[in-house]
Write a protein that binds this ligand. Structure first.
Ligand SMILES: [Zn+2]
Length: 502
């Protein structure tokens, strides 16, 4: 199997966007992550001072360079500026030339005088192997870097790295499930969280693992015990990377990150199994979330499976009362529901006794609003959370049998009936593990429902999160352009029988 993904001839500008699974996760982990990042910068310097490697390549702003040089001199290190680059937000896979008038950042080699001299020379000659060796990178990883980064010109080495992890389990031809060494887990790099400075050749590279271990131990011994413990913990969690059409999505138990990557026509996905899971992590049926009710997690902490909603009105906060279906207040929930109620009632027209299925119905509030408006509607709902369905059954007494606990994929009786309209948040499709699962679910929905209403709560605050782009990533098309309101965006997918998936 070729380890280079199929590429499209296009690329998106660099961007990075993070969303936390909950306010609680952000509160606990945001400050820890920034502490880990600052500690890591110190570990990089210390690794040279302590002779773990000959040279480190570090970043510095021109205005603080002399201050840093004083510190490096005190550590017995020489510094030499190798290049100047434009500042991009967060981790950047490529160096951008500086722009006059904008802030720039310097790449500086620090180490013993002779080693820094050799490094500068290798750098000028673009001698990847000598640079890598001076920086302490394993030979196997230098060769990997040369073939993926320099020769195949990839900006993201994750897929070839996963393919190079020979023990990986192929779920389908573009999905790999892997277990590896936490020190080789480089999937947090866009957040600045990493145990090695280089791009490892595999998730089980023994040389990388040993190198990472020595760096983390050095960090713990030089005043960053707590930060190194947080680092090791984060790297031991399950994490998923996937890439499609130039957008990479990195899902961790506490946050989701979207960033630019190589543009591919199919979705590539890497799932790295973990050995731990944070108390603040989200529940959900899909990787990398913990299944609700799993004993590793307190049951009272039953937050929605992942906040697909953006903005502050929906934050998946465990303190938010369940009766608002994840919204902070009833008023916000009502405002988000109103356009959906209108869309459904308009679409049903004068159908009497119309059957409406809400996939992920929570406590059934949205369905009850539709019933209240049209009177003769028969509601059906499914949700993975017992407590929500119990509530829905209590609140919708004439139709309690129509509310079931279950997973969309594993509930055949759901698809045995006919519905006039089925409603689904786009997030539910995105959570499915493969393209064929998406195709599968959609064909079931099409076979039993006349109309499919797809929606997302919130309006897109960033173009890469737009509803249309999210749908395009799933190869979905709408019969009409989606309607975007401040609180919800929605559109109808094609009629049953029409193929939306290419
Ligand atoms: Zn290696």
């Amino acid at each position: 199997m070729n380890n280079i993904p199929r590429l499209l001839d296009s690329s998106l500008p660099e961007f990075r966007r993070t969303s936390w699974v909950s306010e609680r996760a952000r509160k606990v982990w945001e400050s820890r992550i920034s502490a880990v990042m600052s500690a890591w910068a110190m570990v990089e310097e210390q690794s040279v001072a302590h002779g773990i490697r000959r040279v480190a390549l570090v970043a510095a702003f021109p205005e603080t360079l002399s201050e840093k040089e004083t510190r490096w001199r005190r550590m017995g290190l020489t510094a030499k500026v190798l290049t100047e680059a434009r500042i991009t937000s967060g981790y950047s896979s490529s160096l951008q030339p500086p722009v006059p008038g904008e802030r720039s950042s310097l790449r500086v080699a620090i180490g013993q005088t002779d080693a820094v001299g050799e490094m500068a020379q290798a750098y000028a000659q673009n001698d990847v192997h000598s640079i890598g060796r001076a920086l302490g990178y394993p030979e196997c990883c230098c060769a990997f870097f040369k073939s993926t980064w320099c020769e195949a010109k990839l900006r993201d080495s994750t897929w070839p790295m996963a393919v190079g992890t020979l023990e990986g389990h192929w779920i389908d031809e573009s999905t790999l499930q892997i277990s590896g060494s936490a020190y080789c887990n480089i999937l947090w790099r866009w957040m600045g969280v990493r145990a090695v400075p280089h791009l490892p050749c595999s998730f089980r590279c023994a040389a990388t693992s040993a190198y990472g271990k020595s760096l983390v131990e050095l960090g713990a011994a030089t005043g960053y015990k707590e930060e190194m413990a947080s680092l090791k913990e984060m790297l031991s969690w399950p994490i998923e990377w996937s890439a499609l059409h130039g957008i990479a999505e990195i899902k961790t138990p506490i946050l989701k990150l979207m960033t630019s990557t190589d543009a591919t026509p199919v979705r590539y996905r890497v799932r790295l199994s973990g050995t731990g899971f944070p108390a603040e992590g989200a529940t959900g049926l899909n990787f990398p979330f913990l299944e609700p009710g799993n004993s590793k997690r307190p049951l009272h902490n039953n937050v929605p499976p992942e906040s697909d909603q953006q903005g502050t009105f929906f934050n998946g906060d465990s303190r938010a009362p369940a009766r608002f279906n994840g919204f902070r207040t009833r008023e916000l929930m009502d405002r988000a529901h109103a356009p959906l109620v209108r869309a459904v009632t308009d679409a049903l027209g004068d159908v009497t006794g119309g059957r409406v299925l809400d996939l992920g119905c929570g406590d059934g509030t949205l369905l009850r609003k539709i019933v209240a408006k049209l009177g003769t509607i028969i509601p059906f709902g499914i949700d993975i959370r017992n407590s929500e369905i119990a509530q829905a059954q209590t609140l919708t007494p004439n139709h309690e049998k129509n509310f079931v606990v279950g997973n969309l994929k594993r509930t055949p009786e759901l698809w045995a009936r006919r519905y006039d309209i089925a409603l689904l948040a786009i997030q539910r499709l995105e959570e499915l593990s493969s393209h064929s699962d998406v195709t599968d679910l959609l064909s079931k929905m099409r076979a039993s429902a006349q109309k499919l209403l797809l929606y997302q709560y919130g309006h897109s605050s960033a173009p890469e999160e737009s509803f249309v782009l999210r749908a395009a990533r799933l190869s979905l098309r709408f019969v009409q352009p989606p309607v975007e309101t401040h609180m919800v965006t929605y559109g109808f997918l094609g009629k049953p029988g029409r193929t939306e998936i290419d």
